[in-house]
Design a protein around this ligand. Structure first.
Ligand code: SF4
Length: 340
């Protein structure tokens, strides 16, 4: 494995993508980008990252931001708990580290929402710590280089790979970590054919030598996700729309359109909503979470009186001040279109 270090570093220097958070080695920038990148593609993150940094350019700003603004900035990225953890971590940095991002791996790892991968990435990229950052890309590249049929999601396997890579880390550990991740993202691709003909490590890669690069790593058969049906009420009264905060389950504490579990017939709507003028079928959405899938059916329900259990806001007010999770995004778009 030691032999991969120098061709990998050379390749990375020549081929690294120019990304906004790579302009400096500021740990705040690297931290925010790493959390955003956990479930979202690089291209999509660029816009969110810029907007976030414009609004909250420093750790102090993040520690003081009100929750509504924070969630609005996070809107569309999903996994809202990550946004809450960012703020908690910023408050801890202000309190325990005088507002300066800690340098030690263990201190970084102790911050809310930061796991081994992120702590390894920040400490190596920003502080040249001899730490590795093992994500799915790194596991795939390693498995192919070694032609090993690894379960790349297994924590014990990750730990073993971490120990092996730690032994070969060069001084510029951050470049090594970013290089191997970048190779996994752009050359040693998942599912699709890896681009071995332009890979800087092809003459060292055992999977390439044995023509097994498409079989390695083993595909993990995912458990069927639990499906939940949901009826979404897009209640409209005098140009205002009803929203409320979700009180339980996933997305708890976030704004949403009122809804109930299961599909119901229009004739049963009065059991849930008073003063109905008319009901129109709107749109549907399927939203996939890590462990479950929401199958959502939305209806525009015009009412003659505003139920005071809800907050009634215009679309402009919702757009400006309330973060509506992506799961409800298509219904918001539908309302926008229908009001044109
Ligand atoms: S040679 Fe192919 S399989 Fe091996 S690391 Fe490079 S891209 Fe991946």
């Amino acid at each position: 494995m030691k032999e991969i270090v120098s061709p990998l570093l050379e390749w990375y220097q020549e081929n690294k993508r120019s990304l906004p958070w790579r302009q400096d080695k500021n740990p705040y920038h690297v931290w925010i980008s790493e959390i955003m990148l956990q479930q979202t593609r690089i291209e999509a993150v660029k816009g969110y990252y810029q907007r976030f940094m414009n609004a909250l350019p420093t750790i102090a700003d993040l520690s003081r931001v009100n929750d509504e603004t924070l969630l609005k900035l996070w809107e569309g990225l999903g996994y809202y708990n990550r946004a809450h953890n960012l703020k908690k971590a910023a408050i801890k940095i202000m309190k325990d580290y005088q507002g300066i991002f800690p340098e030690k791996y263990e201190d970084i790892l102790s911050l809310p929402g930061i796991g081994k991968y992120t702590a390894g990435a920040i400490s190596s990229i920003c502080f040249h710590a001899k730490e590795v950052a093992i994500d799915g890309n790194v596991m795939r590249v390693y498995a192919r280089l070694q032609n090993k049929d690894l379960n790349v999601t297994d924590e014990k396997e990750k730990q073993k790979v971490a120990e092996i890579l730690k032994k070969i880390l060069p001084e510029n550990s951050g470049d090594f970590n970013e290089g191997i991740m970048e190779l996994g993202e752009t050359i040693c691709l998942p599912n699709a054919m890896p681009r071995c003909s332009i890979c800087p490590l092809s003459n060292l890669c055992l999977a390439h030598r044995h023509h097994t690069e498409l079989e390695i790593p083993r595909k993990i058969v995912k458990k069927e996700k639990q499906q939940e049906k949901m009826t979404v009420f897009l209640m409209v009264c005098d140009g205002k729309i009803a929203i409320h905060k979700r009180t339980n389950g996933v997305l708890k504490g976030l704004w949403e359109f009122p809804n109930i579990e299961g599909y119901i017939a229009k004739k049963d709507f009065p059991l849930y909503i008073s003063h109905i003028i008319d009901i129109r079928t709107a749109t549907t959405n399927t939203h996939v979470f890590t462990h479950k899938v929401w199958k959502m059916k939305g209806y525009i329900v015009r009412v003659s009186q505003m139920d005071q259990h809800y907050l009634w806001k215009s679309l402009e007010e919702i757009d400006e001040n309330y973060a509506i999770p992506t799961a409800f995004g298509p219904f918001l778009n539908y309302l926008r279109e229908s009001q044109k």
